[in-house]
Design a protein around this ligand. Structure first.
Ligand SMILES: [Zn+2]
Ligand SMILES: [Zn+2]
Length: 339
């Protein structure tokens, strides 16, 4: 068979990216016959597909969130294990974003395309690191696709939280975290920084944290604040979903210092909007330098940019001699994967 460039067989459709010779969509925004899911965040993993393929960890995450009947047929594929779907060889590769997150590598007609899904390049104690693999076409996210986005070192942000706790030992510290990924990563980063005390979790964080623990991610001791008097929480560290930072629930805590862990905390207006007096810039997406480095690492002749600030990255890539264009795919959340 003559070589066929990936843009001839990988198509951008209303439901999302569609691989024609394999008859499957990647992270479709509406129910389809066959879906390959990169990871468990709600804007990528949706209910109602006839057939779902994902890593075993993503399958487990979807079962916790949606129950076992979210798709008619569910198939798990481990990283680096090639599968034949129609005429296409599909291989899932680690993306370093959250537990189970995968890039989708497709090989067909002598060419290779890789869809990154959401990814980052920094070490994350909760998941396997991103694996760059050379390809002809790379489809990259660009959540933080502007040169202003340069994320600090995680340990530095965690140290700021611990310093604040040391300065106000009588107050509780309440940190807003996305329930899938950020919560468990922050727990692990705190443990690596030497914080060994139990960390209190809002009830909405419990199920996925228990799942991570059962899949071998040791987050250390956690506890519920149910039934505790405020005085028992002096000096406590409490994690909650971002939306709970400002609700009545927080009255149970003694004069809490409100913090938020997100890549967006670099934007002060966002921090204020979330009610975070202590913004911690901890991101599960590639920053500007990581995006450019990754495109260089995979040596792709063509790059499609999706999911965020497409135009900035497209412009920078074209300047560097890479053929690039923006894909405007509907249904992606601007937040870090979590509505
Ligand atoms: Zn996403
Ligand atoms: Zn995500």
């Amino acid at each position: 068979m003559p070589k066929l460039p990936p843009e001839r067989w990988l198509k951008s459709t209303a439901a999302g990216l569609y691989c024609e010779p394999g008859c499957f969509h990647i992270d479709p925004s509406e129910p389809v016959e066959r879906a390959v899911i990169t990871h468990g965040h709600a804007d990528h993993a949706r209910v109602g597909h006839a057939h779902v393929l994902a890593t075993p960890e993503t399958v487990a995450i979807m079962a916790v969130r949606y129950g076992n009947a979210h798709a008619a047929a569910i198939e798990a594929a481990s990283y680096r294990k090639p599968l034949q779907i129609g005429d296409v060889t599909v291989t899932l590769l680690p993306a370093g974003h959250i537990l189970g997150s995968a890039q989708v590598m497709m090989e067909y007609a002598g060419t290779r395309a890789i869809v990154s899904g959401d990814f980052k390049r920094r070490r994350d104690p909760t998941c396997a690191p991103f694996e760059p693999v050379p390809c002809e076409l790379f489809v990259t996210e660009a959540t933080f696709g502007l040169p202003v986005f340069r994320h600090p070192v995680d340990a530095h942000e965690v140290a700021r939280l611990l310093e604040s706790m040391a300065l106000s030992p009588e107050r509780a510290h309440l940190v807003g975290v996305y329930p899938l990924g950020k919560c468990q990563r922050l727990l692990c980063l705190l443990r690596e920084s030497g914080y060994a005390a139990p960390i209190y979790l809002h009830g909405a964080l419990r199920a996925l944290t228990d799942l991570y623990q059962s899949l071998g991610v040791d987050v250390g001791p956690t506890a519920s604040i149910e039934g505790l008097a405020p005085a028992a929480l002096n000096g406590a560290l409490v994690l909650c979903p971002p939306a709970a930072l400002a609700d009545r629930w927080t009255r149970r805590l003694p004069d809490p210092v409100r913090a938020m862990a997100s890549g967006w905390m670099q934007v002060r207006a966002r921090a204020r909007q979330q009610g975070a007096e202590l913004p911690l810039t901890i991101s599960d997406h590639a920053d500007w330098d990581e995006l450019l480095q990754t495109v260089a690492d995979v040596q792709a002749g063509e790059v499609w940019v999706t999911h965020g600030r497409e135009e900035g990255l497209v412009h920078a890539l074209v300047q560097r001699g890479v053929k690039a264009r923006a894909l405007h795919i509907a249904g992606r959340e601007e937040e870090e994967g979590e509505p």
